[in-house]
Write a protein that binds this ligand. Structure first.
Ligand code: THG
Length: 380
């Protein structure tokens, strides 16, 4: 069997079908070495030095091309009721500029996406989506429900600045007022007439901002402006970090669980509002799931042995010689100084302390189940 050392062993065939981001030229110039495909767009995954990129994110500031976090806009008189149908949380009292993390489910309660929803205007909502086709889903629901709304994918391109110095970088770029922007709050800013919506958000727990660039033709300029503002703080290129996000307990749609998983199974149950009386797609199925209780669950793993290879496909996991699920992601963690894993397993193998035998790209290893999110206490 082939042995994989990095998970990044192939070139990528490019063409018009796979979209490039407005920051593509700038990231190439900055030395990007690896991409993945996310929402049919290239998403940079590395610049050739994973250790330095992890340090940059956790010690200074990293600048991420996350234009692949596409914005699906609902605009028109029925934007609010349609957004509510699509989200499993009560979004009734969102103010303009407010964001909310909202799971999105199908009629069977299966998780379709876990976007950051922004109320962009009185009658406009933007779903900033993970890697699944929300445009098709939202258009179908809008039509079938007879909603008076336009559903489009906007050419808005988020650029994330993440890390302990991110606020200093963004303040140097946009002025001190940006320090007052609250968590998941978005406001209009500009630099050199490059217009953007800026929010305190991002897929790390290091703190930071996302700059939603409104004119994709200005991508290269914005990238260079951020780098110039950030140079004295040690800012440099980075990307959504598969290690830090595991350490910090952030969910990765379609990485962490199979496509038929529900929000309860993946730890997003706290974002399902069944206590009020809001109607949303999947509500009935989710009420039933909540009544029945979990049969499967996303768990953390501590994996024995040398630095773990990345799980480039789900790894079979067994308990007491029986298949119980799969390991979905694995990496050596600098923070905890051990191998972490994320596994989707059947009850009762979700019980902390359960010992699993896993097939790590052809190598048999032992792993122990721990609760998510990982924390220093359970690491022992
Ligand atoms: N930012 C934006 N769009 C995105 C992401 C993002 N789209 C794709 C993907 N990430 C969506 N998934 C997430 C997952 C987690 C969070 C945001 C988007 C997140 N979670 C925090 C947490 O779980 O602790 C905060 C949740 C809360 O308090 O509401 O930030 O990163 N624009």
């Amino acid at each position: 069997m082939a042995r994989w050392t990095t998970g990044f062993d192939f070139g990528l065939g490019l063409g018009a079908r796979v979209r490039t981001s407005p920051y593509f030229d700038a990231t190439v110039q900055a030395g990007v070495t690896h991409f993945t495909v996310y929402n049919h767009m290239l998403l940079p995954l590395g610049y050739g030095d994973p250790k330095a990129e992890y340090r940059r994110l956790t010690e200074t500031a990293a600048v991420w091309d996350v234009a692949a976090q596409r914005q699906i806009e609902l605009a028109g008189p029925d934007a609010a009721p349609l957004a509510q149908l699509l989200a499993t949380r009560d979004i009734g009292r969102m103010s303009i500029g407010q964001g909310k993390y909202v799971p999105m489910c199908d009629h069977h309660g299966r998780l379709v996406n876990d976007p950051l929803l922004l109320r962009a205007a009185e009658d406009a909502y933007w779903f900033s989506i993970a890697d699944n086709d929300v445009l098709l889903w939202a258009r179908a629901v809008a039509y079938e429900r007879g909603c008076d709304v336009e559903v489009t994918e906007l050419d808005v391109a988020p650029l994330a600045v993440q890390g302990p110095r991110a606020e200093d970088v963004v303040a140097a770029l946009l002025g001190e007022a940006v320090r007052k922007v609250g968590f998941f709050r978005f406001q209009a800013f500009s630099v050199d007439e490059i217009q953007m919506l800026v929010g305190r958000s991002g897929w790390s727990k290091q703190g930071g901002f996302e700059l939603y660039l409104l004119d994709p033709s200005r991508g290269t300029e914005l990238w260079h402006a951020v780098m110039a503002a950030g140079a004295s703080f040690g800012a440099g290129p980075g990307c959504p970090n598969s290690i830090e996000r595991m350490e910090s307990g952030l969910f990765s749609l379609r990485t962490d669980a199979p496509d038929d998983a529900d929000p309860y199974e993946v730890g997003l149950g706290k974002w399902v509002d069944l206590d009020g009386d809001v109607e949303f797609i999947g509500r009935k199925a989710l009420e039933e799931k909540r009544r029945i209780g979990l049969t499967r669950e996303l768990v953390g793993l501590i994996i024995e042995g040398a630095a773990a290879p990345p799980a480039i496909r789900p790894w079979p996991a067994e308990a007491d010689g029986k298949p119980v699920g799969t390991v979905r992601a694995a990496a050596y963690s600098p923070r905890y100084q051990r191998n972490l894993g994320i596994a989707f397993v059947d009850v009762p193998a979700n019980e902390p302390g359960t010992v699993l035998a896993i097939d790590a790209e052809g190598e048999r290893r032992t792993a122990t189940v721990v609760p998510l999110p990982f924390d220093a206490q359970t690491m022992g």
